[in-house]
Design a protein. Structure first.
Length: 182
């Protein structure tokens, strides 16, 4: 599965260029409208052609973005996918209750994290050693909260709450809680 950092970098570059093109259109329009005495007016066909082009690019970006998300297929077809391993995690009183001190996963296993909150809305996120996020989900009390993920490279991850749950929530970190081995 493609790493989420690569997906995010590609999307950042594409959407940055898109926003710059929109800003160029607005700047050009503002310049042309506010110029005094030029005697030239903006031809509607030129303006609307540029707007149509930006709409086409924007829709294309969304379609490409939809198709490049590597975990999309697994998420859409999760009813038919059987997890190789399942971990049940409980959250209560601003603490994680893990089934063991370290959750060990073998490379290329599909893992289902089933997370339950006993009191507040929390977040459940898996983070790399450089503190970048792999995935996250919101954990709502009295609801089914689970996420399916394919781990395709050895690494060690930390678990953190990614949702504001009051001042005590900042301490909801379990360092090196998940290890993916060969």
């Amino acid at each position: 599965m493609i790493d989420s950092n690569i997906v995010l970098t590609g999307q950042t570059i594409a959407y940055t260029f898109y926003v710059l093109a929109i800003m160029a259109l607005m700047g050009w329009f503002a310049y042309k409208v506010t110029r005094n005495g030029s005697g030239k007016e903006i031809k509607p066909v030129l303006f609307y052609s540029f707007v149509g082009f930006l709409i086409l690019i924007g829709v294309s970006l969304h379609i490409v973005t939809h198709e490049t998300i590597p975990w999309k297929a697994m998420d859409l077809n999760r009813a038919e996918i059987k997890a190789d391993k399942e971990f049940h995690i409980t959250m209560a009183n601003h603490k994680f209750q893990l089934p063991s001190n370290k959750l060990t996963i073998t490379k290329n296993e599909k893992v289902k994290f089933v997370v339950e909150s006993k009191d507040l809305t929390y977040g459940f996120g898996l983070f790399r050693s450089d503190n970048s996020m792999v995935f996250q989900m919101q954990v709502i009390p009295a609801h089914n909260n689970d996420i399916l993920w394919l781990f395709d490279r050895p690494a060690v991850y930390s678990i953190r709450s990614t949702e504001y749950s009051g001042p005590k929530g900042i301490n909801m970190i379990v360092r090196d809680a998940v290890e993916v081995v060969e």
